[in-house]
Design a protein around this ligand. Sequence first.
Ligand SMILES: [Zn+2]
Length: 561
Amino acid sequence: MGRAFLLLLILASSAAAQQADLVLQNGVIYTGARALGRVEALAIQGERIVAAGTRKQIQRWIGPKTRILDLQGRFVMPGFNDAHVHLGGAGRGKLTVDLTGARSLAEMQERIRARLPEFAPGQWIVGRGWDHSLWPEPRIPTRPDLDAVSTKHPMLFERVDGHSSVANSLALTIAGITRDTPDPEGGDIVRDAQGEPTGWLKERAEGLVARHIPEPTPEERKRGLELSLREAAQNGVTSLQDNSAWEDFLALQELKKEGKLTARITEWLPFNAPLETLKARREQGGTTDPWLKTGALKGVTDGSGGSHSAAMLEPFADEPHNRGILLYEPEQLKQMVIERDAAGFQITLHAIGDRAVRVALDAFAAARAANPSRRDARHKIEHAQFVHPDDARRFGALRVIASMQPSHILNDMRWAPALLGPARRREAYPWKTLQKDSPVLAFGTDYPVELINPFRGLYAAVTREFEDGGPVGGWVPEEKISLEDALRAYTQGSATAEFEDHRKGTLRPGMFADFIVLSHDLTQLQPRELLRVQVLMTVVGGKVVFDRLQSQPATREGSRD
Ligand SMILES: [Zn+2]
């Protein structure tokens, strides 16, 4: 082969390499990178962004095979990275029937009937949330009411309060419950005038049936996970830090093989598992694949605020004898953290009450002292809902990341002020303080505890008001943060929390092409309007995973209602 020919070949291939697969034009592209600010256009090659700039600067990346997306002035930003979700739980919830808010027995039956095609005969159909007190004829549903929907599927539906359930005849048969079955200790098999079970099972009687419901099959896990992933994509979430069962991780591996992953996932492992198991799973699940890998060890150190089980330094203001529940003996927690830290694991501890937060920080401090050669461990505290002012500073000193879920406040404001009392109000959901004092603030939702919709979180972070407004000016307004800071926490902050900030969280050359197109320019909105923002397109690694842009009229953003 002649030298000149070879040279030509090299030139040709480098010219081809300069051609983008996808170019975004005419956008308002919020890169999240301080040096870049906003740009009009992006060029993407494969999974990554190769150039960002004006339309003119990007023009040279356009070749015959380049797909051009004309944004028509729409707003683009890095995809959201939800730093705390439970995908497996969310998925299983999607496979059950949600009866919450059904306004009549007929509506309850209709909701179940509508889902029948998803279930093969003999397969269990379960669900929860019915409340007969909302119905025109407020009577408890019975076995015949459910048999009218299906006699071929065993069914069990829990009441909204979680204290009783109604089963159909097939479910009772499978459980062997007849008129002769005695009531279990602490439970009632409700019977009609003839002594036949009505299907209503109170308290521990529910368990007689529930124990026959099989664990989800791998197929069911996959189906549920796919539904949750779809919901994430629709909401502009391109990365997830997930706390699910190992079986769910295996199902996610399958989905990845089938090309069905629509978000990048870092899976947490259970902190309490034996160290050898954890090492084996880290080995098996890997730690580097940007689509699916294992990450932090998740431990739970206390309960929750809503149930008054968060571990507090002083009693709850509204329960003066209760300081909540600490789930570890502090010395034991220290030893476990030291051991797992030494084995190279990142550790993330659920801590809601101010005592739990202190105990968690103490454990991380002990690990730093015991394993001085360990650098950049990026240990985290999940929730950190009530933080004593003395401890806020320690986040920075110990390099502990605060992983918080601002949308929790939208519900918790109903009871949290009374729980804390006026003297501790500054401890509540201290986003501003921790943004200042911790090395990194990461945002998420705890989905499905909260909706995965990130705009609720942004709204909560900048207003500290209920979704329908108030309290005026926000609760503990000193702890509001700016929209830019909230966006950073939800993109770069979350990426840092999973050791991915070198390739995720901003839209600049070299980073993954994980971005979303929105109905509005977030930075031009009144805070209330954040709740109306729609995701029009979600792209992960240059691949469109959700698209409602095609159906949108070609108006500029912000003009829609
Ligand atoms: Zn959680």
